[in-house]
Design a protein around this ligand. Structure first.
Ligand SMILES: Cc1ncc(COP(=O)(O)O)c(C=O)c1O
Length: 497
């Protein structure tokens, strides 16, 4: 029961040390978990999978010295009586041009009264000093927001090993880019679904990382194909793939969601072949395939909603081989550029080495906005209620169009290729013709007033392109425009075939 879990965290907070204050304080999920250290097995070591760049990246000396609170030998924060900094090049708050921030927003959807609420944050306040939020922050995030997110992760996923750590990211796209670089050198291979998120494909390709696409069915990646390709890996192609990037819920572009059984089989293959898993899960909470237990299409009560969520890879990860990327873009707002990831502490530390010399920390404005909304205004229950509300809203849009992502295979996809007799109509020619037809449908659809996505943008192995696929999404368009848009698109297809 969610209410019981929330009561446990409330009690835990009341007996814990106060949150560290001052600029960029060291903070760790370890301080916020209910589960006591040492009660579960530790993660395996992942040193053998790290890239050369990652091994060479050390913590930033300047950033470490600038943190106002540091971990002691036992990992607990050391809080000095008095501290004067002659070290860090950090501006004094008097020179910041903002004194306070006042956000107004929604109380929480699904509550009896959907009233507006104001969420202020001011300079010098005890709860989250706005001057601290505006200063350089700690790479893993502020203790205020990290506490809420750690509790949320433990409540939903309860990772089955001891030394897991959550840290904030500057959004999944940025985190993904870093994680690929942490695990892959030029010439290495990663595994993905045969059609995958272009953000991932476009991130790895210029790094000289190769992609091995795995066949999919209605439930996403097929474990038997994964196993067969790994078992028969030819070392002449390079180092055997050691990283798998996967989108297990509402996969982009196919919309497939893996069943619990499918996930267990894939995890098993990962264990057997020592694959590190990047679980990119921005659609986890948008439960489109279920209705309430009574069969009605209405917003579900929170406990029922939570029961229907599939087990994440993080929740079955006994070895610490999963980095789970949670996004806020689809559940709060893409412009926040603040989200979170969860993995074993060795990998989180390496990740922060990159953050310290990259984005430094997620934006202080965004952290304040999220903390004031999630922790102060909504609380855990309000957040889950919001997620159940969004699921219901998207379900209605899905029912109108048929999928968050509608992945279309054209029935008569092989374009006519004119070959003079005796000439070789090569695979290359067929591919060019396919891309040409795809381009024409795309352009014609655009002329008809409808923007679509080309299937080739999602191909893990563009050389293996077979047939024409197109992606439509209901995420953005107004509900009452779907019929018109689909008709315009259909006209475009007809006129080009
Ligand atoms: C599978 C997948 N991963 C990541 C992202 C981007 O996430 P973010 O906005 O947090 O960078 C998207 C956005 O469409 C996506 O579909």
């Amino acid at each position: 029961m969610l209410s019981q879990a929330i009561a446990n965290y409330t009690s835990h907070r009341s007996t814990s040390d106060p949150l560290p204050s001052g600029p960029a304080p060291f903070t760790s999920s370890e301080s916020f978990k209910l589960c006591r250290p040492g009660t579960k097995p530790k993660a395996k070591s992942w040193d053998h999978h790290l890239s050369t760049e990652c091994r060479n990246r050390l913590p930033s000396n300047l950033k470490a010295s600038a943190s106002s609170v540091k971990p002691g030998l036992d990992g607990a924060p050391i809080i000095p009586q008095r501290q004067i900094s002659l070290g860090a090049g950090r501006p004094i708050p008097e020179y910041f041009p903002w004194d306070s921030l006042e956000l107004s927003g929604k109380q929480s959807r699904g509550a009896a009264v959907d009233e507006a609420v104001v969420m202020p944050c001011t300079r010098g306040e005890q709860d989250f000093d706005f001057a601290v939020a505006l200063n350089y922050g700690y790479a893993a995030g502020s203790p205020q927001l990290l506490r809420f997110i750690t509790e949320h992760i433990e409540m939903i996923h309860d990772p089955p090993y001891d030394d897991w750590e959550t840290c904030l990211t500057s959004g999944t796209t940025s985190a993904m880019d870093t994680v690929f670089r942490m695990f892959c050198d030029r010439g290495d291979w990663i595994i993905t679904e045969e059609y995958s998120y272009p953000g991932a494909i476009e991130a790895v390709t210029p790094l000289g990382i190769n992609i091995l696409g795995i066949k999919m069915d209605g439930q996403g990646l097929i474990p038997e194909d994964l196993e067969a390709k790994l078992r028969s890996w030819d070392p002449a192609r390079g180092r055997k793939p050691s990283v798998m990037y996967i989108v297990p819920c509402g996969q982009n572009p196919t919309g497939a969601t893996q069943s619990a059984e499918r996930r267990r089989k894939i995890y098993q293959v990962a264990e057997e072949h020592d694959l590190y898993i990047i679980e990119d899960d921005p659609y986890y909470f948008l439960k489109l395939h279920s209705r309430s237990e009574s069969g009605e299409d209405k917003q579900m009560p929170v406990d029922e909603y939570l029961r229907q969520l599939p087990p994440s890879y993080l929740s079955m990860d006994v070895s610490g081989r999963v980095v789970r990327l949670d996004a806020t873009s689809k559940i709060l707002a893409p412009g926040l550029r603040c989200a979170w990831m969860t993995c074993c502490s060795q990998i989180a530390e390496k990740y922060m080495n990159y953050t310290e010399v990259g984005s430094v920390a997620p934006s202080g404005f965004s952290q304040v906005a999220m903390y004031k909304l999630l922790d102060v205004t909504w609380g855990h229950e309000g957040f889950i209620r919001w997620l159940a509300f969004l699921s219901h809203q998207y379900r209605q849009r899905r029912d109108a169009l048929a999928g968050m992502f509608l992945w279309l295979h054209l029935q008569s996809p092989t374009p006519r290729i004119s070959c003079s007799s005796g000439s070789d109509c090569s695979i290359e020619k067929e591919k060019t013709a396919l891309l040409d037809l795809e381009e024409r449908i795309y352009n014609r659809s655009m002329e008809n007033g409808v923007v679509i996505s080309k299937g080739s943008w999602f191909a893990a192995e563009p050389d293996q392109l077979k047939g024409i696929k197109l992606r439509l999404t209901f995420a953005t368009a107004p509900l009452d425009s779907f019929d018109w848009a689909v008709k315009q698109f259909a006209d475009a297809v007809r006129s080009e075939l």
